[in-house]
Design a protein around this ligand. Structure first.
Ligand code: SAM
Length: 210
């Protein structure tokens, strides 16, 4: 994105609040692959979408340091809950600390484990699901959560443009790129859902279960 345009967009969007700013900085200083955190504009977009839907229950696959979980949890209906799943138990301390600092600890249930094992054991229906785990597993996550999403509910998938590699034939050797391409194709041909791809950050796909 053009730098001037990016600056303009940021100046005309609500600023990142102090807790998220600090979480983003700490993630960049102390955690590997800090570019995985949603960050300001994507975080704000997720927050807005959550406010629009006003969900009672959200499921997130891939907590990382908790940035997107905090944003999504803000739009929950009073008494609602966000269930977030993270396989890396070393991130537990940091995300939990920031859930408390952001004042959302009572709205967030953090599950440590593989999504493939945690999801079947969750006895809930979800209004909104955010898929942001391992790109090789996106199809698996979608198939696992589909029956748990209410009719008219939403699934948002992150990184569906995968740095533009989805158009690069050579990148097909990379299993993560293959995972994203297979997911996008699976959703494209799935008549049970409406979908739109937005060119925000690394591409997000909004999917609505009909
Ligand atoms: C892109 S990061 C998530 C970023 C976070 N949603 C945000 O926007 O701030 C992906 C996370 O998914 C986790 N992950 C990968 N495979 C997983 C699985 N099978 N089950 C649960 N978490 C997984 C990784 O450990 C990593 O922390």
């Amino acid at each position: 994105m053009d730098k001037k345009l990016d600056k303009y967009i940021r100046e005309h969007s609500s600023p990142e609040d102090k807790v998220l700013e600090d979480l983003y900085r700490q993630t960049n200083l102390y955690v590997i692959n800090p570019n995985m955190a949603s960050g300001h504009l994507q975080g704000k977009t997720l927050e807005m979408i959550s406010y629009m839907i006003c969900p009672e229950r959200i499921l997130e696959i891939g907590t990382y340091t908790g940035y997107s979980a905090i944003c999504l949890s803000r739009g929950l209906k009073s008494g609602g809950k966000l269930h977030t799943i993270e396989v890396n138990d070393e991130l537990h301390e940091m995300s939990s600390r920031y859930f408390a600092l952001a004042g959302v600890a009572d709205k967030v249930a953090l599950h440590i484990g593989r999504a493939q094992e945690v999801i079947p054991a969750l006895p809930f229906t979800f209004d909104l699901v955010f898929i942001d785990g391992d790109k090789r597993e996106y199809c698996e996550y979608f198939n696992l959560v589909f029956d748990k999403v209410r009719n008219g509910g939403f699934i948002i998938a992150d990184n569906v443009l995968w740095g533009g590699k989805i158009e690069d034939k050579d990148a097909l050797k990379d299993p993560q790129t293959r995972g994203v391409i297979e997911f996008n194709e699976m959703i494209r041909t799935d008549q049970r859902v409406d979908k739109v791809v937005l060119p925000l950050r690394d591409g997000i796909m909004i999917i609505r279960k009909k």
